[in-house]
Design a protein. Structure first.
Lengths: 313, 300
């Protein structure tokens, strides 16, 4: 019964062309293979294949040997599965003089990622909390500047930041890069936290105030535990964003501490030597693996994160 | 209560002191980096800065040189072609996919996951994959040829006339999932009664979309437009990974011009002038939008 009624409502949703008005007993259930369904699912499947194609090509290419790549076409599945390209991409692919593979870039990225995510979220959550619950004269103005700043191309602000970091003596260091990620993550994260804290009932905050709790006490005892879902969203946003960053990695680090994306680009687009497409694709997949895992594990939260984080462009 | 706060507190400055201390990082970023940094770059774009920034003003010289440089003209043309086409295509594809997804289909989550996963990948990864797929020796071109159409030519990454379209294909692959998601959220926000009313009146579905739903979704479209547009201006990594600006300078973009002049050619003045032009482009997109969106009513 429930099944039929859902089918009816599904059908009723689209049969706008038909002038008939459904009787009280409802229309007869639609067949699964109606023309409308064939077209609808056909289009969706074709689109899905287009989106999946590059991932498929990456995977099959990374498992072929070079002779097979030269012979066959890029869409055919590997005749002989080999994981050698993966091993080579990870441990011995060359960028310039270094031949220790992407593993170096991976660990650099991890070293960049962990402090950047923690610091940027800590700063932004406190800022969002202060903006939502402890407004003072001018706080909204600063916030507006911050949000407008999110639209300014990074290229406009990069050089002044280079100068500031150089003056502080931390240009080219990990600390410097963490600060840069904190700065550019700030607009969107602050917005995220401010909106979340504003949406919480005010009575909660007032009750805590009457009980004598101060700024930090309310933050740690009440707001922080209530905001855990939004912390997860912020984390997803930052982990994928910082892992995928290229520009800041190039500008603000030295070659021996380049993040994975930069090193990947150097490996694949290096002009010397024979091109090893299978190693390149294995390296590309390895670099994409972290955000992809975050994406597939987080599911709906990721969608929520990017809906908010789309501002980052 | 009012009496105490007006008489008891010594100074306005120390009210909410904790909050002010906590917001110091944000205020510094807003004032020093975003506002200060932007003004700094704009001011220095009028100077003769070379290897190091220095304050010797030369008026609009840098801008004249910029607009006389063939590489900059090509960058701007590429940005215009890439920008306009990717706006049109991502809005159309995004909306059509969202409309298809909105038909109460089965496996909605699976489809959404598939359409959106490229957005989780970086532009570097995107660029490198499409570089491989569009490789004329092994990729699409060679496959179509091996199917018997031996004169088939599709080598965007090696043909300077169409290289920007090769980048467009990759950019659309990466970004349309996001547009689809935003559009789908917009479609879900439309009242079910609208659909019922149009069905009672016997209006065909496509007509309902074009004449009723899309006009109702105007805010969603405008927000999406602004988001895509301000992302397009920044396009950099994709080009670096896919073509490095080549063949020759055929696929250069403004963001790459800025980077190369600032950090490689040691010609800071050009870099500043070019980045100021980028700022101007974004301002042209953002200001009318902000005016429409927030003009009249107060923010907060």
């Amino acid at each position: 019964m429930a099944n039929i009624s859902t089918l009816n409502s599904t059908a009723a949703g689209f049969d706008a062309v038909s002038p008939q008005v459904a009787g009280p007993s409802g229309r007869k259930p639609r067949k699964v293979l109606s023309r409308r369904n064939i077209i609808l699912y056909g289009l969706l499947i074709v689109a899905a294949l287009y989106y999946l194609l590059p991932l498929y090509v990456m995977i099959v290419t990374s498992m072929k040997g070079m002779p097979e790549i030269r012979m066959g076409n890029i869409f055919s599945p590997p005749l002989e599965i080999t994981f050698e390209p993966w091993a080579k991409a990870w441990a011995s692919a060359c960028t310039g003089l270094n031949c220790d593979g992407l593993s170096r870039g991976f660990w650099n990225s991890v070293r960049i990622l962990v402090p950047s995510v923690l610091v940027s979220i800590a700063v932004a959550s406190v800022s969002g909390y202060a903006l939502a619950n402890w407004r003072f004269k001018g706080s909204e103005l600063f916030f507006s500047i911050l949000i407008v700043g999110a639209f300014i191309p990074y290229q406009v602000m990069i050089y002044p930041i280079v100068i500031i970091l150089r003056e502080l003596g931390i240009y080219g260091t990990l600390t410097g890069l963490v600060i840069v990620h904190t700065i550019f993550g700030m607009p969107i994260l602050t917005l995220l936290f401010r909106n979340y804290f504003t949406s919480l009932p005010e009575e909660l905050f007032k009750a805590a105030r009457i009980d004598g709790a101060g700024f930090w006490q309310i933050y740690f005892r009440i707001m922080l535990p209530m905001a855990l879902p939004i912390f997860v969203v912020a984390m997803i946003l930052q982990v994928t964003g910082i892992w995928n960053d290229f520009l800041f990695g190039v500008v603000f680090t030295r070659p021996d501490s380049y993040p994975m994306t930069v090193q990947l680009n150097n490996i694949v687009n290096s002009v010397q030597g024979v091109k090893e497409y299978n190693v390149n694709m294995a390296a590309t997949l390895l670099t994409g693996a972290v955000p992809l895992i975050v994406y597939f594990v987080s599911g709906r939260l990721f969608v929520r994160g990017i809906a908010a984080g789309a501002v980052k462009g | 209560m009012t009496l105490r706060s007006s008489a008891g507190r010594p100074s306005q400055l120390f009210r909410n002191l904790n909050s002010k201390v906590a917001l110091i990082p944000m205020m510094l970023v807003a004032l020093v980096v975003f506002l200060g940094g932007t003004i700094w770059t704009v001011v220095y774009s009028f100077t003769r800065s070379g290897l190091l920034p220095r304050l010797s003003f030369v008026g609009l010289d840098q801008y004249e040189r910029l607009w006389a440089a063939p590489r900059w003209i090509i960058s701007i043309q590429n940005l215009a072609i890439y920008g306009i086409l990717s706006l049109i295509f991502s809005l159309v594809i995004g909306f059509v996919l969202a409309a298809l997804m909105d038909q109460k289909i089965r496996f909605e989550n699976t489809f959404r996951t598939i359409f959106l996963y490229p957005f989780a990948l970086s532009f570097i990864v995107t660029g490198l994959v499409w570089q491989w797929i569009l490789n004329p020796e092994f990729g699409v071109q060679s496959i179509v040829r091996s199917l018997g159409w031996s004169t088939f030519e599709f080598d965007p990454l090696y043909n300077s006339d169409i290289v920007i379209y090769g980048i467009l294909i990759a950019g659309l692959w990466q970004g349309t999932g996001l547009v689809m998601c935003l559009m789908l959220a917009g479609l879900r926000g439309i009242d079910e009664d609208i659909w019922k009313a149009s069905r009672v009146d016997g209006i065909p579905m496509w007509k309902t979309y074009v004449l009723i739903i899309i006009p109702m979704m105007r805010p969603v479209f405008i927000t999406t437009l602004v988001l895509i547009a301000s992302g397009i201006v920044k396009v950099y990594d994709l080009v670096v990974a896919q073509t490095s600006g080549g063949p020759g300078i055929a696929s250069e973009v403004p963001a790459k011009y800025v980077y190369d002049y600032m950090f490689q050619a040691q010609n800071l003045g050009q870099g500043f002038a070019a980045s100021t032009m980028m700022l101007l482009t974004v301002a042209i997109i953002i200001i009318p939008w902000a005016y429409l969106e927030f003009g009249g009513k107060k923010r907060g």
